[in-house]
Design a protein around this ligand. Structure first.
Ligand SMILES: [Zn+2]
Length: 101
Protein backbone atom coordinates (compact mmCIF):
# COMPACT_ATOMS: atom_id res chain seq x y z
CA UNK A 1 0.00 0.00 0.00
CA UNK A 2 1.33 3.39 -0.97
CA UNK A 3 1.00 6.30 1.39
CA UNK A 4 -0.61 9.39 -0.01
CA UNK A 5 1.58 12.41 -0.61
CA UNK A 6 0.24 14.28 2.38
CA UNK A 7 0.82 11.17 4.49
CA UNK A 8 4.49 11.20 3.54
CA UNK A 9 4.78 14.90 4.39
CA UNK A 10 3.22 14.21 7.77
CA UNK A 11 5.63 11.35 8.37
CA UNK A 12 8.57 13.61 7.61
CA UNK A 13 7.14 16.27 9.90
CA UNK A 14 6.68 13.72 12.71
CA UNK A 15 10.25 12.54 12.22
CA UNK A 16 11.49 16.14 12.39
CA UNK A 17 9.59 16.66 15.62
CA UNK A 18 11.23 13.61 17.17
CA UNK A 19 14.68 14.80 16.08
CA UNK A 20 14.03 18.31 17.36
CA UNK A 21 12.83 16.96 20.69
CA UNK A 22 16.04 14.96 21.09
CA UNK A 23 18.07 18.04 20.16
CA UNK A 24 16.12 20.16 22.64
CA UNK A 25 16.86 17.68 25.43
CA UNK A 26 20.55 17.48 24.52
CA UNK A 27 20.93 21.24 24.18
CA UNK A 28 19.16 22.16 27.39
CA UNK A 29 21.93 21.83 29.98
CA UNK A 30 24.38 23.93 27.95
CA UNK A 31 22.07 26.30 26.18
CA UNK A 32 18.50 26.61 27.46
CA UNK A 33 17.67 29.31 24.92
CA UNK A 34 18.74 27.15 22.00
CA UNK A 35 16.72 24.32 23.49
CA UNK A 36 13.68 26.60 23.66
CA UNK A 37 14.07 27.55 20.03
CA UNK A 38 13.85 23.85 19.16
CA UNK A 39 10.65 23.42 21.14
CA UNK A 40 9.24 26.51 19.40
CA UNK A 41 9.89 24.88 16.03
CA UNK A 42 8.23 21.67 17.29
CA UNK A 43 5.10 23.66 18.13
CA UNK A 44 5.15 25.42 14.76
CA UNK A 45 5.48 22.16 12.85
CA UNK A 46 2.75 20.45 14.85
CA UNK A 47 0.41 23.40 14.31
CA UNK A 48 1.20 23.72 10.64
CA UNK A 49 0.74 20.03 9.84
CA UNK A 50 -1.94 19.49 12.49
CA UNK A 51 0.10 16.79 14.14
CA UNK A 52 -0.86 15.65 17.61
CA UNK A 53 2.29 15.45 19.66
CA UNK A 54 3.07 12.17 21.34
CA UNK A 55 2.41 11.97 25.05
CA UNK A 56 6.14 11.94 25.74
CA UNK A 57 6.72 15.19 23.87
CA UNK A 58 3.56 16.84 25.14
CA UNK A 59 4.48 16.22 28.74
CA UNK A 60 8.14 16.96 28.03
CA UNK A 61 7.67 20.58 27.05
CA UNK A 62 6.48 23.27 29.44
CA UNK A 63 3.25 24.72 28.11
CA UNK A 64 3.94 28.03 29.74
CA UNK A 65 7.53 28.87 28.77
CA UNK A 66 8.46 26.20 26.22
CA UNK A 67 11.36 24.76 28.18
CA UNK A 68 12.07 21.10 27.75
CA UNK A 69 11.27 19.34 31.03
CA UNK A 70 14.03 17.04 32.15
CA UNK A 71 13.35 15.51 35.56
CA UNK A 72 16.06 16.54 37.98
CA UNK A 73 17.42 19.25 35.69
CA UNK A 74 14.65 21.54 34.51
CA UNK A 75 11.69 19.87 36.16
CA UNK A 76 10.78 18.35 39.45
CA UNK A 77 8.51 15.36 39.29
CA UNK A 78 6.42 14.25 42.19
CA UNK A 79 4.02 11.33 42.27
CA UNK A 80 0.75 11.96 44.02
CA UNK A 81 -0.37 8.38 44.52
CA UNK A 82 -3.60 9.21 46.34
CA UNK A 83 -4.81 11.08 43.26
CA UNK A 84 -2.93 8.99 40.74
CA UNK A 85 -1.10 11.72 38.95
CA UNK A 86 2.44 12.87 38.45
CA UNK A 87 3.10 16.51 39.10
CA UNK A 88 5.64 18.05 36.74
CA UNK A 89 6.94 21.40 37.87
CA UNK A 90 8.94 23.49 35.46
CA UNK A 91 11.93 24.86 37.33
CA UNK A 92 12.33 27.67 34.80
CA UNK A 93 8.96 29.39 35.16
CA UNK A 94 7.34 27.45 38.00
CA UNK A 95 4.36 26.19 35.99
CA UNK A 96 2.95 22.94 37.28
CA UNK A 97 1.20 20.22 35.38
CA UNK A 98 -0.62 17.14 36.49
CA UNK A 99 -0.29 14.07 34.34
CA UNK A 100 -2.58 11.15 35.25
CA UNK A 101 -1.01 7.73 35.35
ZN1 LIG B 1 8.08 26.68 32.18
Amino acid sequence: MKASKSGVVREIAEERIRILYDLAKKAYPDDPELSKSYTRIIKQISRHYKITLSKEIKTGICKNCGSVLIPGISASVRLVSSKKYASYKCLVCGAERHIPY
